[in-house]
Design a protein around this ligand. Structure first.
Ligand code: CMC
Length: 372
């Protein structure tokens, strides 16, 4: 696109429809509501892979050498969790007063670019350890050490609660983690690739990606979704509350997507997982009623927009059912998405070309040039 000839300021500023990379990691079809990850349709991937197997698959597709198997990765991630736990006292001492996501950002920045284990393994292994310790600190409880031979999802829930989770809970968390491992050129993945393209390395790319994930327009929406459910409170209040918020110009969290113009397929995976886990309890039924109300309210208020449920809506309900504190939902998103980020960094490093786009200057020109 030549300078000055841009379709609209909004789409230029948002890089809408701009292709920024070739990737073999995932494909998002926003019109069909289809997500393919490393050759698998989402539902098939979730049915056949746990988090370690999905991560090993992404890294193999990204061309990592040596290509990991799910079992070798399981062992290495256990080792990485143990290593990360040694940093926990320092992390907790240096992040007093910070939120869980801010603490995680600091924790990832503590990781060295060099070490015995590859940086991608150390990064993926560190996230559950740091998130669990930071969550427990919020309740005034001491950190719980990892058990290296446990699965990643099971060990996270155990470190978080101080006691083992049930098989159903571990399955539900694995369904969540596998589903959100990768999702095309979303803002945090793009950030990771931009940083990787400067050859700053894996850890810097992951830290930068988390910074992008943190915002409410990307990974920060589930907390506000739960706030919305609480604020609505009763079924009688659904329609008036939603109408009032939309009239004030507020966005309904968990709805709308830059790419999906139909329902986000990940929302269905989470809806199914939370229904299985809770046997469709009152909170889930209420969330479904609010969803129906929100879709109707958005259709009425914004008939020209194609706004549907995105994955953050049922992420919120699922993670709440798993006992994940509201303050930690974005950090738990990172627990999974770090697998995709690291795979994209590997892909980008193989491309080897600096990402350096151009901008359109809309400021003042020096007087003599304006007059000319
Ligand atoms: N509630 C109310 N109105 C909305 C919403 C919403 N959730 N989303 C978009 N709109 C309206 C927006 O106000 C605008 O209307 P108008 O033209 O009348 O001003 C129109 O739809 C287009 O909005 P946009 O900002 O140009 O659309 P976008 O492609 O930049 O938006 C989005 C994508 C996710 C930022 C947006 O839908 C949003 O803010 N949603 C709420 C936050 C949320 O759920 N975030 C999680 C995203 S999914 C996780 C992920 O994949 O990262």
């Amino acid at each position: 696109m030549s300078e000055g000839r841009i379709p609209s300021r909004a789409s230029a500023n948002g890089l809408d429809k701009v292709v920024a990379a070739e990737t073999a990691l995932s494909s998002v079809d926003g019109e069909a509501g289809r997500l393919v990850i490393a050759g698998y349709d989402l539902e098939e991937l979730v049915a056949t892979h746990d988090f370690e197997a999905a991560t090993a698959l992404l890294w193999r597709v990204a061309g990592r050498e040596p290509a990991p198997s799910a079992d070798s990765l399981r062992a290495q991630l256990g080792e990485a969790r143990v290593m990360a736990f040694r940093l926990v006292p320092h992390l907790l001492a240096s992040t007093k007063g910070l939120t869980v996501t801010e603490g995680l950002r600091a924790g990832l920045a503590l990781l060295s670019d060099d070490g015995d284990l590859a940086p991608e393994i150390r990064a993926v292994g560190a996230v559950p350890v740091f998130v669990a310790a930071l969550c427990r600190r919020e309740k005034g409880e001491p950190a719980v050490a990892p058990v290296p031979h446990h699965g990643h999802a099971a060990d996270f829930l155990r470190m978080l609660r101080g006691e083992p989770a049930s098989a159903a809970e571990i399955d539900a968390l694995n369904a969540y983690l596998v589903t959100v491992t990768d999702h095309g050129m979303n803002a945090s993945t793009f950030t990771a690739r931009v940083i990787a393209s400067t050859r700053a390395g894996m850890i810097s790319s992951v830290v930068g990606a988390l910074c992008a994930l943190k915002g409410p327009l990307h990974g920060g929406a589930p907390g506000p979704v739960l706030d919305m459910l609480d604020a609505i409170g009763t079924r009688d209040n659904i329609a008036p509350w939603l109408k009032r918020e939309i009239a004030k110009g507020e966005r309904l969290m968990g709805f709308g997507h830059r790419v999906y113009k139909v329902r986000d397929p990940r929302a269905d995976v989470f809806n199914k997982a939370v229904t299985l886990l809770t046997n469709g309890n009152e909170r889930v039924l209420f969330a479904r009623d609010v969803e129906r109300g929100a879709l109707a309210a958005l259709r009425e208020a914004k008939p020209d927009q194609r706004l549907d449920t995105n994955m953050e809506y049922y992420t919120a309900v699922l993670l709440e059912a798993l006992g994940i504190p509201r303050s930690a939902v974005t950090a738990v998103f990172c627990l999974s998405r770090v697998a995709g980020w690291t795979a994209h960094v590997m892909e980008q490093e193989r491309v080897g070309r600096l990402i350096r786009p151009q901008s359109v200057y809309v400021g003042e020109w020096p007087n003599d040039e304006a007059a000319a």
